[in-house]
Design a protein around this ligand. Structure first.
Ligand SMILES: C[S@@+](CC[C@H](N)C(=O)[O-])C[C@H]1O[C@@H](n2cnc3c(N)ncnc32)[C@H](O)[C@@H]1O
Length: 209
């Protein structure tokens, strides 16, 4: 099991090129969930190679986009050259010295599976979220996690699995509620919209009370 920083530094060169239904479905879910909202200042936690930064920058005046992995950030910086985006290497588990004021939208996409304890991270996020601001989470659905799905990639040395932590739906809801966030919508998203299969993506949209 690889440590996330080492894993994503190694995965970064091929992350955008690999076949990855989870990555692609989450991109669609974020866009459809956030399209009706107005937002100006965004904090993107675990921006990776900028899959969602590229869409968010179309609406936002400023984005602070942080990631643990310099490799992932290098790809994102190459793709997105906008003065409205500030990419920063940072670990969300360390003090939040990367924040630039407050935000009206905070996103976590396929990142919280690498964080063992949700409560302190969601509390830190709520602290820098404006009143009535939104917090979006798009994650591999817990049912997929229960069946053994984990972030993984293939190299010439074989399949590399990234260290992940299972979170139940109730874990997200209780950590968010304790941070003063109210649930606006919960979505379960299926391959080919086939509701007889295991949902792939769980989306949660909260608003600060
Ligand atoms: C599966 S990738 C998702 C990237 C992007 N959000 C996307 O949806 O394509 C997970 C990202 O979370 C980042 N990450 C993992 N743990 C982190 C931490 N403690 N602090 C900041 N970023 C972290 C990784 O470096 C990686 O880029």
């Amino acid at each position: 099991m690889m440590d996330p920083k080492e894993a994503y530094d190694s995965w970064s060169a091929q992350y955008d090129k690999d076949h990855n239904r989870t990555r692609d479905m989450e991109a669609q879910v974020l866009r459809s969930t956030l399209a009706p909202l107005t937002f100006h200042r965004v904090l993107e936690i675990g921006c990776g190679t900028g899959k969602n930064t590229a869409w968010l920058v179309g609406s936002a005046q400023h984005i602070t986009a942080i990631d643990l992995s310099e490799g992932m950030l290098d790809v994102a910086r190459d793709k997105i050259r906008s003065a409205r985006v500030c990419f920063r290497q940072a670990d969300v588990l360390q003090p939040w010295d990367f924040v630039e004021g407050t935000y009206d939208l905070i996103t976590f996409c396929l990142t919280l599976e690498h964080i063992e304890h949700l409560a302190p991270v969601l509390l830190a996020a709520a602290t820098v979220l404006d009143a009535r601001g939104h917090l979006y989470i798009g994650e591999l659905h817990p049912f997929k996690q229960y069946s053994g799905s984990k972030a993984r990639f293939v190299t010439e040395n074989g399949t590399q699995v990234v260290r992940c932590h299972d979170h139940h739906v109730s874990d997200f809801l209780s950590a968010a509620s304790a941070a003063g966030l109210e649930l606006i919508s919960l979505g379960e998203h299926f391959d080919n919209d086939d509701r007889e299969t295991t949902p792939r993506i769980l989306s949660l949209l909260f608003r600060k009370r």
